[in-house]
Design a protein around this ligand. Structure first.
Ligand SMILES: [Zn+2]
Length: 165
């Protein structure tokens, strides 16, 4: 069987964590409009958060669903060939994400992951966008007064928010 051409380390890193990708810019602009000021690609912290809001000690990662294996997401498809190769690669990515989050948590830095598919949906659905941004603001400001709403972001973010309690 033909092997998948392995990516070089730098290619791989570029694909996992490309700088200034469009979804990142989209969310940055929104955060800026919401009044937040931040550093981008903040290499002084583990994992080089895409966005770091100093005032709220909050690191934001804008993750591609495929490379970072967004759970139950249709973008996170699994390649049909060389499954062992991909499984290993994906596992490393996920493990690294968990490690980085844990290290940041230990530093009392709040970690927020924004997924590519959530950004896609925000672009298409104004109502979702409004809700998402409201929850995001609560997360950043560490406000935990969730109302039950039939919206996945609310659930995901609420679950992650529990970690601070
Ligand atoms: Zn996704």
């Amino acid at each position: 069987m033909k092997k998948n051409p392995p990516l070089t380390r730098s290619q791989n890193m570029a694909r996992i964590k490309s700088k200034n990708t469009k979804p990142e810019i989209y969310i940055r602009k929104l955060l800026y409009k919401m009044g937040y000021r931040y550093r981008v690609n903040y290499s002084q912290l583990p994992g080089t958060p895409d966005i770091f809001i100093l005032k709220y000690n909050t690191a934001i990662f804008v993750n591609g669903c495929f490379w970072h294996r967004h759970k139950d997401c249709k973008i996170a498809t699994f390649p049909k060939t060389n499954t062992e190769y991909w499984e290993k690669k994906f596992r490393r990515n996920v493990e690294r994400d968990i490690e980085v989050s844990e290290t940041l948590f230990e530093m009392n830095i709040s970690v927020i992951t924004i997924w590519e598919c959530e950004i896609n949906r925000m672009r298409k659905n104004e109502e979702y966008k409004e809700k998402y941004l409201r929850v995001l603001r609560d997360r950043i400001e560490r406000v935990f007064n969730y109302e039950e709403e039939d919206i996945s972001v609310q659930m995901e973010i609420a679950e992650e928010g529990m970690q601070y309690k």
